[in-house]
Structure formats: C-alpha cells, structure tokens
Design a protein around this ligand. Structure first.
Ligand SMILES: NS(=O)(=O)c1ccc(C(=O)NCc2ccc(F)cc2F)cc1
Length: 262
C-alpha cells in the first residue's frame, strides 16, 4: 500500500508550521468561500469503483489512523470530475478535534466541522508508485468529506470497532472487506475542486482536492472512539490523546476554487 513504507515524520499535532514551504503558494487546507467559487460546467460527475476485498490493514501512524488498500492493481479507481487520468485509492484517514466544535481541515465559509475524511488516490496512468506521484503536480487526488455529529453511521462502525486494537502509534491490525464507498455521501456530484497540497509534511503541492458539498453523519459516540486513540507508542511514559490532528488554514494565493454545481 501507499504509506506503510513511510511513517509520517514525528509531528506533534500542534507541530510547528514550517515558516515557508519552498515555493509553497498552493498549500492546503483552505477556507472554501462559497460565493467566490466559480461554477465550471465542464466538470464531469466523479466515477469511483472500489473493491472491498482489496482492503489490507488499519494502523495508527502517530498522526491519524489509516485504512490501506492494495494499490498494485487498478481495482480501486477514481476518475472523471476534474481529473484527466485515472487514480488509484491507496488509503483513507481522518482529521478530528478534541471537541465537536472543530476538527476539519477545510472549512466552508469559515464553518468548521468536527472531522474530515480523506480518500487518497494517486495517478496510475502516469506513475507506477504512490511515492513517485506524490512529488508531481498531477500526482494525487484526495476526496475530502466533512463529518457532522448526528445519527450513527452503520458503515463506519466496523472501523470504529477496530480502533481499540490500534490505540498506540505504530500498531497495525489486519482489516479486510471494508467498502470505502460506504463512507461516501449520497450525492457525490456536488463538490468544490482546487489545486493544493498534502496537509502534513512533506506538504508537496501534488493534490487535486475534491471536497464534497454533502457531509456524512456519525454519532457522538463513534467520534469519541477516534479521540481514544493515542499519538504515542506503547513504550512512551506520557500518553497523548490523538486529537486536533489538523493543519491550520493556508492562504489561497490567487487560486480559484471551482464548483461542479450552481
Ligand atoms: N491529509 S492529506 O490527505 O493531505 C495526506 C495524504 C497522504 C499523506 C501521505 O501519504 N504521507 C506519507 C508519505 C508517503 C510517501 C511519500 F513519498 C510521501 C509521503 F508524504 C499525507 C497527507
């Protein structure tokens, strides 16, 4: 899978923002000012096709928890929308807060959501490995989906039940037959899209962001289990709750956010 060979650099949630990312004027996340988004009628509907059997593992990388997929074949594909090529799913992960009042990375008219899901894909038409694609401008496509607290999300529960087994950093458990499509909102035709970056180091500006207008709902208790995860490994004396693992918002620097809807 895409990131098991790399453990994200040791970042504390409130990790010091690098003062400048070299040439970093396409950084993420951003605030999406709805009225300033430009409707683009050329944007096509998104097409995704995921195979739950290719789910491999769920693990705590010390920053979030990732569900990883076998990305050695074209079994989990995203195309259409703003994308010219086809992209392979390699993992999905979440960002959340210590309370339900904040936690998302992107905002909509400054509105914060309690959490945000990222489905990470890389361009398998042009590159052979995620690690290669992550360095290229058209290398990655990440779907961002906001989470709101409300009714229990049945699809998410299987994932929530696995979290106690990966409480500590670097813990991994086998996880199979999970359908990422079960986490998509009913409407995936309405989205905003812009060019940005990874929201954690190396912060490379290789991401076509596709942020869904429609959120998904999870229960308060489901989100509470996210907060029971730890940033720290089992050996460390002081255990730190994994919360507030989001990056601060970045300047738009003249970029245009396009919308697929009016
Ligand atoms: N939150 S986000 O969706 O923007 C995001 C998505 C993926 C990654 C990632 O894979 N990092 C590890 C990693 C793995 C390999 C590599 F070459 C570079 C690299 F950053 C980081 C952030």
């Amino acid at each position: 899978a895409c990131s098991s060979k790399y453990v994200l650099s040791q970042m504390h949630p409130m990790w010091q923002e690098p003062l400048e990312v070299p040439g970093g004027d396409h950084q993420s996340p951003i605030d999406i000012a709805v009225k300033k988004a430009v409707f683009d009628s050329d944007l096509k509907p998104l097409e995704s096709s995921y195979d739950p059997q290719t789910c491999q593992q769920i693990w705590n990388n010390g920053y979030s928890f990732l569900v990883e997929y076998d990305d050695t074949t074209d079994k989990n594909i995203l195309k259409g929308g703003p994308l010219q090529d086809k992209y392979r799913l390699c993992q999905f992960h979440f960002h959340w807060g210590e309370s339900n009042d904040w936690g998302s990375e992107h905002t909509v008219d400054r509105r914060l959501f309690p959490a945000e899901l990222h489905l990470v894909h890389w361009n398998s038409d042009r590159y052979t490995l995620f690690e290669e694609a992550v360095m290229e401008e058209n290398g990655l496509a990440v779907i961002g989906i906001f989470l709101k607290v409300g009714k229990r999300h049945e699809g998410l529960q299987k994932l929530v039940d696995a979290l106690p087994a990966i409480r500590h950093k670097d813990s991994v458990v086998e996880f199979n037959r999970f359908d990422p499509a079960s986490l998509l909102p009913s409407n995936i035709d309405d989205y905003w899209t812009y060019h940005g970056s990874l929201t954690t180091p190396p912060l490379t500006e290789s991401v076509t962001w596709i942020v869904m207008k429609q959120h998904i709902e999870v229960s308060h208790d489901q989100l509470a289990v996210f907060r029971s995860l730890l940033f720290t490994s089992a050996e460390e004396e002081v255990q730190k709750s994994m919360v507030n693992n989001f990056r601060v918002q970045q300047p738009l620097r003249g970029r245009t956010v396009r919308s697929s809807f009016t």
